[in-house]
Design a protein around this ligand. Sequence first.
Ligand code: FEO
Ligand code: CA
Ligand code: CA
Ligand code: CA
Length: 735
Amino acid sequence: MKGASHPTNDVTLGESSVPSIREVIDSVEASRRQFIQGGVSAAALASVGGLTLGGLVNTVQAAPIPPSVGFPGIGFENVPANTRALNVSLGGSATAVVDKVTVPAGYTAQVFVSWGDAIMPGGKAFRGDAAETAADQLKQFGMHNDGMHFFPFPGLSGAAASDRGLLCVNNEYTHEDLLFPDGQAANYNIAKTRKSQAAHGVSVVEARRVNGKWGVVKNSIYGRRITANTKARVSGPAAGHALLKSNEYTIGDNGSVSTGKQLDGFTAYGTVNNCSHGVTPWGTYLTCEENWNGNFGSTAALPATSTETGKLYNRYGVTAAGFGYQWHTTDPRFDLAANPNETNLFGWVVEIDPYDPRSLPVKRTAMGRFKHESAQYVVDAQNNVAFYMGDDERNEYIYKFVCSGKFNPANRAANRELLDHGTLYVARFNSNLSGEWIALQPGTIGVNGQALRDNPNFAGANDAEVQAKILIKTRMAADAVGATMMDRPEWTGARPRINGFDEIEVYCTLTNNNRRGSSTTPSSNAIDGSTTAASARPAVDAANPRADNIYGHIIRWRETGRSVTSTTFNWDLFAQAGDTATTKAAKPTNDYKGNIVDAPNGSADYGAPDGLWFDYFGRLWVQTDQIGDGSGDFVNIGGNMMVCADPNTGMTRRFLTSPNKCEVTGVTMTPDGKTMFVGIQHPGEDALYTNPTQFSNWPQNQFTVESDGVTALPAGRPRSSVVVITKDDGGVIGS
Ligand code: FEO
Ligand code: CA
Ligand code: CA
Ligand code: CA
């Protein structure tokens, strides 16, 4: 449904020569925004599309979205969709969207940190030509940032500071053609592998605001890179299992040399494909290993699916070609033929203590092994703590991990091993809007009537080994117990229980699924765990109601009895994304149009929701990950964006639009809510080394200096970056 006071987007004012009201609104807003930025004359504002400005401004100015229970309202005006048409109206290309970050009037965005910026002592400034070595990259911000969190330092009064802290940022993946001066195909060698590995992982960045300006403390002793080669500890019920004993290598600049021994199953090296994230209530960072399978390759044929390892590879999408990385050709650690168990050391949630730069990251096996997206915690009134997690692949599942021990708010150290003991559950969504959390334990009875301990996939000497195998092969355990296949679970977010709202209510973005409802002979993930990753073609169901789900949706649930230990919940769909203005041949339902509740100031349509986060005040922020260049199904929706929504009414307003062919992912705030950090990932994706700026030249085309006002941004190639956003009146973001 639409906002009551809003014109529908697809109503035109007349025949084709007259712009649609949407185009007029977009043009006027773009002009007003330029005006506020000092860009255009009053004369240019006086007339748009032959209509006087005054009348239109009155039409499009938005009333604030009012506060309600647990929600503080939204005060900013809608940013127009960043469409190709908008780009053309501003003098740009007809095959791209505006190559900039745009925020509402009254807000300022500045680039905070970009791929290649120095973040620790000895770090070199980014060159622009990608000639940095792996050693250089190890002291620079990693590539293609994703989830992140701001950890405040203690302030002078003892309260958490909002002017100084540590920003922990995932660096999900690398784009080799931008990472190397001569691309990936030519002269591939171990030096390239090492640089690619060094650009993955996590960056810990000290952020400081001085005289109102945010900057990176470039020589911070807290600055840290955790990469594909960083030593880590493996803990929890699966630690030490034979499947986690990979081959031991001496990892050097010139290669990884086998020692002829095996690791002990309690030790791992590296974290990769760090996507969304989580934090713990005791102040540590959780980085989540998502498409780790893609970083591996094989110099020989893979084992048959009749073998335990071959079956595991098949269920998790591990292939001989991977995603096209060439690491395995120069680093045997990532060669499946040489080191078949290495994959089992990836796919975990990894805990990092940002305040202790010497601490080892810890892979927490109790939380299960899949393509982890996020891990959102909730502490209930009894101090029970749970983490809600999605497995982002088509037809995968939603999980929660409930710690056995209780959270101790008075003693940080007492919580440090909470993630090693607890129960992992998987969700079943029933058509009557009820749901169940099914424990993945040895005694759980599968849909075939067999306890998991009697299922050959988890055969073990005792229940401890059965549990270890359930955690290593989590997807197969979920298959066996009849969990609900979902449309690619991305981020989870928990609504804060404040200002009269007191439910445990958790949201999850389901970004899309082109295999849903796409076959006349639907299929499900086989209960014996034999399905190739993402190959099933399930029918639509109540929780995933759209065939060929292009635009995605957001599901939410409330735990029974306001307890995170509950094994039942109620659920509904918060939103189905879509394009209200689409002219695509109608499907009978809202499959294309969606049901976004618009702000009364122009469409806030979006598609492919991915990032999702409740801020500390109760506003819901949603970020998108679609093609990002305003093409195809996104011609009206435009590039990627971040919207803000009222969880009570669904009323949605667009807060930020982004450069060409990027994804908006990662959002966090300072404790006072007056500074927001937002991630812009892979601007200009798909460019070749021969023309790195073919699709985007962001951020240097928008910002002349970094946020600290010191260093000119070098030209050369687009860079994934974190932007810092403040409100010009010093207020809380979103107010
Ligand atoms: Fe890396 Fe599922 O997003
Ligand atoms: Ca994501
Ligand atoms: Ca995504
Ligand atoms: Ca992306």
